[in-house]
Design a protein around this ligand. Structure first.
Ligand SMILES: *Cc1c(COP(=O)(O)O)cnc(C)c1O
Length: 456
């Protein structure tokens, strides 16, 4: 199994290298060169529990990992979840199901990928003896989940950039109150897109990458995508044959990572009739799917901050398929997009996708109406998924975070404030963070100081 870059100028690599590198050296994103056909396996897989399914799925891609190591990585990743089913599905009404993806240690779906990725890194370090430096940008949940997956791992240092004042106070505490020595939360002035841009710039410095053994945890890492594909498969296997043909998977979306992970299964012989891309007021993807124009807007902070994104990195992976896997064309489109800040698709791959966008006035209203109709409390990201739902169509909503992570939204809406014990504990701890300016030079030298000169 080989992994190729969407931009076609990097050598194909195996799974271990694709994971360790994150971003391909040519600036592209890794994808499997060929896709396994799952259709013959699905019946057998129906009986598997979550870790069992995850292991069988990854075995098809991680062929260069020892089975026992892979199994250990998977089992220990999901042992940190507090619900026995890992991704339980609740039925709110005849046509409405919710898959709860917030039972991991940081109460957001990103734990699914990052608990596993942390174990992959650990396995890699113990195999090669080479230390790794993890760098990422976060709009809140990624940083918390990445840090939780990487705390205390030997030979690993984690640097997470986040826009100061633009992540929720509890999310910030999840990053800064871990007490872990190998974790460096970097508070920067600017937006998430500024932070992500700086991270990309640092990754494009190949000498620096080599020097500190840099790897990415953003949703550009292929292991994250594949880890997320597993819960779509798990949910699909729990539907009956008629539901499988009709159910639309509705996904709160920012960077396009989560929904892309589901869509990728359609390349492996699993039929999903529709994915619905639910955005907040930062609607670059809603505009794309409704008009065919992919254009940069400015980020407008919203009540669903983990989706405050106007450049959806993983879109490049979809683009690769839209352009019939022609890496040369991908480079041309990405270059045009960088120059012009927009790109218009004449023939757009609308098939299989629909979209919606919920404003900041709609989010509290949606939370209240779901609560009134179904006696179920959703977080502000998940609330976006309830916008413009067709009640006649079966929907599987992906609930991406626990409401207790965003108390101020409920407070402002005059609702009871949801709580969760793991968050209450954080309030007693002292935060540790580092304020840096967002230019790549000062961030590079900070990383260098912490990784190379720590004993000098
Ligand atoms: C990250 C996040 C999203 C968006 O996921 P993408 O992979 O960026 O599309 C949605 N909801 C929550 C709670 C998140 O943390």
């Amino acid at each position: 199994m080989e992994f190729v870059s969407t931009r076609g100028l990097s050598k194909p690599v195996g799974f271990i290298d694709a994971v360790a590198q994150g971003l391909a050296p040519d600036g592209g994103l890794y994808l499997p060169r060929d896709f396994p056909d799952l259709s013959d396996r699905l019946e057998h897989w129906q009986a598997l529990d979550y870790p069992g399914l995850c292991y069988e799925f990854f075995k098809l891609f991680a062929v260069d990992m020892e089975d026992a190591v892979l199994k250990h990585c998977v089992d220990s990743a999901y042992s940190t979840f507090t619900h026995p089913e890992i991704a339980p599905i609740r039925s709110l009404s005849k046509n409405l199901k919710v898959m709860e993806l917030f039972h991991g240690p940081t109460l957001a779906f990103k734990d699914f990928a990052l608990q596993l990725l942390g174990n992959f890194y650990e396995a890699q370090i113990s195999r090669t003896g080479k230390e790794l430096t993890i760098l990422g940008a976060t709009s809140g949940d990624t940083g918390a989940a990445a840090i939780s997956g990487l705390i205390g791992k030997k030979g690993l240092k984690v640097f997470i950039l986040y826009p100061e004042g633009k992540v929720s106070p509890l999310q910030e505490r999840q990053m800064t109150c871990t007490g872990a020595e190998n974790v460096f939360p970097l508070a920067i002035e600017g937006t998430f897109d500024d932070a992500q841009h700086t991270v990309k710039e640092i990754f494009s410095d190949l000498n620096f990458r080599e020097l500190v053994g840099l790897s990415a945890v953003n949703s550009i890492n292929l292991a994250r995508i594949l880890a997320q594909s597993v819960y779509y498969l798990y949910a699909w296997l729990r539907l009956d044959p008629v539901e499988r043909k009709e159910t639309s998977f509705v996904v709160p979306t920012g960077n396009f990572g989560n929904v892309f992970a589901g869509w990728l299964l359609t390349k492996m012989g699993v039929d999903f009739p529709e994915f619905r891309v639910a955005t907040n007021q930062n609607d670059v993807l809603h505009r794309l799917f409704s008009t065919g124009e992919y254009s940069l807007g400015s980020v407008c902070p919203s009540l669903a901050p983990s989706m405050d994104i106007q450049v959806a990195s993983n879109f490049e992976r979809l683009l690769y398929f839209i352009l019939d896997k022609d890496a040369h064309e991908v480079r041309k489109v990405m270059e045009a997009f960088r120059r012009e800040g927009k790109y218009c698709f004449e023939k757009f791959l609308g098939d299989g996708f629909s979209s919606s966008s919920a404003s900041d006035t709609e989010i509290p209203a949606l939370i209240k109406s779901v609560s009134a109709q179904s006696d179920y409390l959703v977080d502000p990201h998940t609330a976006c998924a309830f916008k413009d739902l067709d009640p006649a169509r079966p929907s599987m909503i992906l609930a991406t975070a626990h409401p207790a992570k965003f108390p101020s939204v409920y407070e402002q809406a005059g609702m009871a404030i949801p709580k969760h014990s793991s968050l209450q504990e954080l309030l007693a701890r002292t935060p540790r963070r580092f304020r840096l300016s967002v230019d790549s030079k000062s961030i590079r030298s900070f990383i260098e100081e912490q990784t190379l000169h720590e004993n000098g």
